[in-house]
Design a protein around this ligand. Sequence first.
Ligand SMILES: NC(=O)c1ccc[n+]([C@@H]2O[C@H](COP(=O)([O-])OP(=O)(O)OC[C@H]3O[C@@H](n4cnc5c(N)ncnc54)[C@H](OP(=O)(O)O)[C@@H]3O)[C@@H](O)[C@H]2O)c1
Length: 305
Amino acid sequence: MGMQRAITYDRTGDPGELHLSEVAVPSPAAERALLEVHAVGINPYDVKVLTGQAPRDTPFPRGIGSDVAGIVRALGDNTGGLHVGDAVMGWGLNTLREQLVVRTSSVTLIPPALSLDTAAALVTPSIAATACLRAVPLSAGDIALVPGASGSVGWLIAQLALRAGARVIGTSGPGARDRLAAAGITPIPYGESFAGALSDALNGASLTAVLGAAAGDALRAGLAAGAEPGHVVTLAGEDLAQEFGVISADTTHRSIEQVSMVAELVAAREIEFSVAATYPLADAPAAFAAVASGHGGKVVVHPQQ
Ligand SMILES: NC(=O)c1ccc[n+]([C@@H]2O[C@H](COP(=O)([O-])OP(=O)(O)OC[C@H]3O[C@@H](n4cnc5c(N)ncnc54)[C@H](OP(=O)(O)O)[C@@H]3O)[C@@H](O)[C@H]2O)c1
């Protein structure tokens, strides 16, 4: 059996716990494909798994990573329309490795106009964004608050909300305000001046919806500004949603169509999505540190480098 490089860790902690290991290359069973992994999008959730904030009960050493884009190199039985050589995107278990077996139901073909980097970067953000819009559908006449509209998930939600005809008010740090404004989003700051800025942006109108990684301050202000609790969906956890009587986004019941729908829109340039930084596999600790900072845009790791 061949061996490959993979990122593993021996205990929960900070990004310095991640290191290169040699692990076996598996072969694909029925309904599974072996991918040569070219790009892995890193998400805040991966950082929470590493720190232990998102507990796992698998034994150490553990692998890490959930999003993936790569090329099909082998197929098990019953693998439907997939072929060796296809470029696919989707999710898997412990994707930070050179070769990975995935369920064929958790990957989809990458639209030809999309790079492997952008494809890998889109997976979890697409699932999170579409889960929010599924919970709170928008239409013309809606005024939606999108917390973290400069981040990967919020940027997708804001653009999907605009496409639905809503007016969008989005929070961001100072560096992203021009990008938001150019897309047609009303940018407001997060932090101390957030509630006042929201009130100024509304200028007497009522908010009709809140969608995204809304923490307590955004939920409180959003409800106070007129959004009905049934039109407020948060990605910040079920406990917080319960506390405020709002919807917790369902990202557990995910389907690969949520990813392909957004990927097609990005490929057609109907919405914009880009990768801010890429790292070779050995620099996974730096990639995780960049994501843990909470700013700076989408990070992708290249396992073949
Ligand atoms: N429940 C789920 O299944 C699920 C799925 C996906 C994501 N999420 C959560 O959604 C959140 C966003 O994910 P992402 O991938 O979009 O992350 P990201 O790309 O790192 O974006 C982070 C966003 O938060 C903003 N931000 C940074 N510091 C902030 C602060 N102190 N107060 C308010 N906003 C701040 C950033 O603004 P600037 O960069 O402009 O400073 C940026 O807009 C994460 O908390 C993630 O865990 C949950």
